[in-house]
Design a protein around this ligand. Structure first.
Ligand code: ZN
Length: 297
């Protein structure tokens, strides 16, 4: 399989990183999208994948940095001649989110305009996604893949359930954390995985700064914690992702986010701190994700 890290940033607009999105492409030619944050659709095209060929989209939770590209993905796939309805898996609330987007939703005028064209009438199923809200356990299976999901710890569940996932395909196991603080459920999802793709939103020095200033909700995993999760789950390799802009060199971001990410602490050099801290507990294969990073597994 080929795994493409379409977006590896977090919630802010970042010139170097799109928002959360990972594309899994099987050797048989199927494509599965995990999260659909800003930039996901355009990045697919850059990675030589037609968005209309992506059959299944799994949304780990409904924070905007995991779903904001979804309307663009659906409408552009419709325009690119997708013939079937995409299948969307997500937490409770996904039906509401998707139901408010297209016909009679935010893009109703666009829907009316395009569906007046015969070509778009012919593939109107493409803009009517099928939504399945997930419960912990097996959430999807086809001839190529089995996906199981469980609750992870990021947001209070009454606001939004957040899921981590375990994918079994081509005799390999891949786990993805979504967004979470360390939790036993994620360790189990990643048990003996060939590859664990795990969020690592802030390094320890930024977390210490945020704790001193009382800024920001945490609900994420630090590098030291990620190393421990990798060790406890016995993951065979690790990709850290969902970096919270602490490595940015953008003057706009540095100024605008200066309370959370003071310019004297932030910069690309922090990636060395991230690796050193993950390494305190985990010594196996480790990579730091960047946009369009390709992993062959
Ligand atoms: Zn996020």
């Amino acid at each position: 399989m080929k795994i493409t890290m379409l977006g590896t940033g977090a919630a802010l607009p970042d010139p170097e990183r799109g928002q959360s999105a990972i594309l899994i492409s099987t050797d048989s030619g199927r494509h599965y999208l995990l999260d659909c944050g800003e930039g996901a659709t355009r990045q697919m095209v850059r990675a030589n994948i037609n968005p209309a060929d992506v059959g299944v989209v799994l949304l780990t939770h409904l924070h905007h940095d995991h779903i904001s590209d979804f309307p663009y993905f659906v409408i552009s796939s419709w325009m690119l001649n997708r013939t079937d309805a995409p299948l969307v898996l997500g937490p409770r609330g996904t039906k509401r989110f998707v139901g408010h987007l297209f016909e009679d939703g935010a893009f109703h005028a666009d829907f009316l305009a395009r569906s007046s064209l015969q070509a778009r009438k012919d593939n109107i199923a493409a803009v009517r996604p099928e939504v399945r809200e997930m419960s912990p356990g097996l959430v999807y299976e086809d001839g190529d893949i089995r996906i199981t999901a469980n609750h992870v710890e990021h947001l209070p569940h009454h606001i939004c359930e957040c899921f981590g996932v375990r994918l079994e395909l081509e005799g390999k196991v891949l786990a993805f954390s979504g967004d979470t603080s360390p939790c036993d459920a994620m360790i189990e999802l990643a048990r003996d995985a060939d590859l664990l793709i795990h969020e690592c939103t802030f390094p320890e020095s930024i977390l210490a700064h945020r704790a001193r200033n009382g800024t920001g909700h945490h609900g994420h995993t630090s590098p030291v914690e990620l190393g421990l999760i990798a060790k406890q789950s016995n993951a065979k390799s690790v990709v850290a992702t969902h970096f919270g802009h602490f490595d940015t060199t953008s003057p706009v971001l540095r100024r605008a986010a200066s309370r959370h990410l003071p310019a004297d602490l932030t910069g690309p050099h922090l990636m060395d701190e991230v690796v050193a801290d993950i390494r305190k507990n985990y010594q196996g294969p480790l990579r730091l994700a960047h946009d369009l990073m390709r992993i062959d597994l």
